[in-house]
Design a protein around this ligand. Structure first.
Ligand code: MF3
Ligand code: CO
Length: 277
């Protein structure tokens, strides 16, 4: 879909503008994460994120995107991505994936996390943990690798090492990001012989694996947005926006730039410039 366009390589100033958008997304995440609980509706979560983004003087990137009607995507249980917030009341043990995008001065940030409401099934917690680990391994591969397809290798390796046969969703992928939310190149979450573009300074991508506890087969609901697993198995989704700089990578949607999680993977984060936010 956006795979064949030219890549928009960013300058240091442009990456710093994207960092501001990334931090707004991180703020919205923090507010939603602090509030999410059984008894709230998914629309309640949307209102919280909308308020944070407005207060920051930013603009939600999903709202109006191909007529998408909300600030967040909130995908519950067998919903994988693109769940539309509404009157659905969250219940104990629900698996809730929250995806948020914001625009500052025309530059986009995009990130997602999954939370399992108490008292969740340990197997759902493991699903979310492995998906998060897969995301961080994919992010780290941007620092360690030479070509973009190494993200897919890293995701598959984490899933294999988990010892659980999770489904890796293939129809929805990570993407370049910058002056638009979705740009070239596509970032696949599975192994492929196509090596993809070289990993070099100025490349900004959203890394976003989606795993299921069953088959990877997906289906879109009648609302034309909500993507669910065909077999009803539960799914998790984690995402960060990452910039590759001259000296390393910078996770624009993580408050610490990814420093803590990447250190554990042997990667040192390299923010762009002295005044990097
Ligand atoms: N954040 C999603 C992605 O990662 C896109 C949301 S689609 C929208 O690609 F229409 F809701 F914006
Ligand atoms: Co995305």
């Amino acid at each position: 879909m956006f795979g064949r366009e030219r890549i928009e390589y960013k300058t240091a100033d442009q990456v710093r503008a994207m960092r501001r958008a990334g931090l707004v997304v991180a703020q919205a995440h923090a507010a939603v994460r602090a509030a999410v609980a059984p008894g709230l509706t998914t629309a309640d979560l949307d209102a919280i994120a909308a308020e944070v983004i407005a207060q920051a003087g930013a603009v939600p990137s999903f709202l109006g995107y191909y007529d998408y009607p909300a600030t967040l995507c909130v995908s519950v249980n067998d919903e994988i991505v693109h769940g539309i917030p509404g009157p659905r009341v969250l219940e104990p043990g629900d698996v809730v994936s929250v995806d948020c995008g914001a625009i500052v001065d025309g530059w986009h940030g995009d990130a997602a996390f999954t939370v399992v409401l108490p008292d969740g099934d340990p197997a759902d917690l493991a699903l979310s943990d492995v998906t998060e680990q897969a995301m961080w391994a994919g992010v780290a591969s941007l620092a360690k690798g030479e070509r973009l397809n190494e993200v897919g290798d890293a995701v598959e390796d984490v899933v294999a090492a988990s010892g659980t046969p999770y489904g890796i969703v293939q129809e929805y992928v990570g993407h370049g990001i910058g002056t638009a939310m979705h740009q070239a190149p596509e970032v696949l979450n599975y192994r492929t012989r196509e090596r993809g573009p070289r990993l070099r300074a100025g490349l900004c991508v959203a890394i976003e694996p989606m795993l299921t506890r069953g088959s990877r087969a997906t289906r879109v609901l009648g609302d034309d947005w909500t993507v669910v697993t065909q077999d009803g198995s539960r799914a998790a989704h984690w995402e960060h926006t990452v910039a590759i700089g001259p000296d390393g990578i910078w996770v624009l949607t993580a408050p610490d730039g990814g420093a803590e999680r990447l250190a554990a993977l042997g990667v040192t984060v390299a923010p762009w410039g002295q005044d990097a936010l």
